[in-house]
Design a protein around this ligand. Sequence first.
Ligand code: SAM
Length: 280
Amino acid sequence: MSAIDDLPPLREVIAAHGLSARKSLGQNFLLDLNLTAKIARSAGDLTGADVLEIGPGPGGLTRGLLAEGARRVVAVEKDDRCLPALAEIAAAYPGRLEILSGDALEIDVARDLTPPVKIVANLPYNVGTELLTRWLDPPDWPPFWQTLTLMFQREVAERITAGPGSKAYGRLSVLAAWRSDARIVMDLPPSAFTPPPKVRSAVVHLTPLPEPRFPANAKTLTRTVAAAFNQRRKMLRAALKRLAPDIEDRLIAAGIAPTARAEEVPLEAFCALARELDAH
Ligand code: SAM
């Protein structure tokens, strides 16, 4: 195995800084630097890009991103125990790594970044979907990021990339497909992590479309899709009845059978329904 940098192996870093993994912080670390460099490469060419990383932990992926040529990495970490280990990486890559200590759900980092911005992260499972939802629904479109390359539990990755008619199809699939291309680019077994999680993981790569695939108001579409999938076993005329008194008519006008269930409805029809709801 060739070294990607001159820093100590991650097992030594973890031992030296006492970084025993905490479940409450979703800590499953990647210790194979060849693997983290491969994940970094799956984000495309990083040279000339600012990379936002959430949850660098002991810094395995951070080192991969820097070794693969990221112009600058801005990394947000909640666990202060990791800061000394991350400071060592920053010293090895002068001026290229900035660590922000805190909760990624609370810190607004967009303004610290210079475009083009790529987001790459092995996400803590407890905040992953919330962060993705926010990145997919910013105030302006196109968003501040050029690509998202994110590790999730395999089941979540399938939900993000699923199409209608499958069990995995849901709110995340519709929101991702509306304004981005999303695909699974890597599959990882539990043994890739320390400690190994119970389930498989996968890396999802998303690129934003210049315009939404079909016109709709973001708020209305989000509200409609959330209501539809919150009661996914119900027929839409029942699941959506709070959205409009004449929901059956609105569904028919959008070309959706009132007896259909959310799982069967393609993105285009959800967008048509959102437009119908706004028009009345
Ligand atoms: N990137 C490292 C790797 O690949 O080995 C660690 C990944 S581990 C799955 C998730 C990391 O996110 C942990 O370092 C954890 O402390 C951090 N984390 C958890 N919740 C966070 C939050 N709300 N904001 C920022 N970092 C968080």
